[in-house]
Design a protein around this ligand. Structure first.
Ligand SMILES: [Zn+2]
Length: 130
């Protein structure tokens, strides 16, 4: 009895599907780089459909050469989860899940938090020219 109940609850939980960007909509992608005084850059990549935000990525990139940028840290909302890449993809398996996403409303909701995460990570680790 107890086990059947638990099994049902588990099943219900796994049936809630995670949010994926729909591929049948007209998607509009925009990129906004913000240059910081130290020479770093925070880049926002925003994908929207019908004026609703359906995906974002926010990246801290460091300038390592003329026109050459190296990602240090990023967070994004791909694959149904708000997650961070703690080395900015420089090392494999650097993704850490922060929160599951169930709709585009969640994507919108985590945007400010994502920007703060990237900004804080930069401020604590840049070490250059501030
Ligand atoms: Zn910097």
């Amino acid at each position: 009895m107890h086990n059947a109940k638990r099994a049902r609850a588990e099943r219900a939980k796994s049936e809630v599907s995670l949010y994926e960007v729909p591929d049948d909509l007209d998607l509009r992608e925009e990129t906004y780089p913000t240059d910081l005084v130290c020479g770093c850059r925070i880049v926002q990549r925003l994908v929207s459909a019908d004026f609703a935000l359906v995906y974002f990525a926010i990246v801290w990139a460091k300038k390592v050469d003329v026109d050459e940028w190296e990602e240090q840290y990023s967070c994004d909302t791909g694959h149904g989860h708000f997650h961070e890449h703690v080395t900015g993809y420089r090392k494999p398996n650097d993704a850490r899940i922060l929160r599951p996403l169930y709709s585009h409303v969640d994507v919108q909701e985590f945007f400010d938090r994502g920007y703060d995460l990237v900004q804080d990570r930069h401020d604590q680790n840049c070490g250059g020219g501030h």
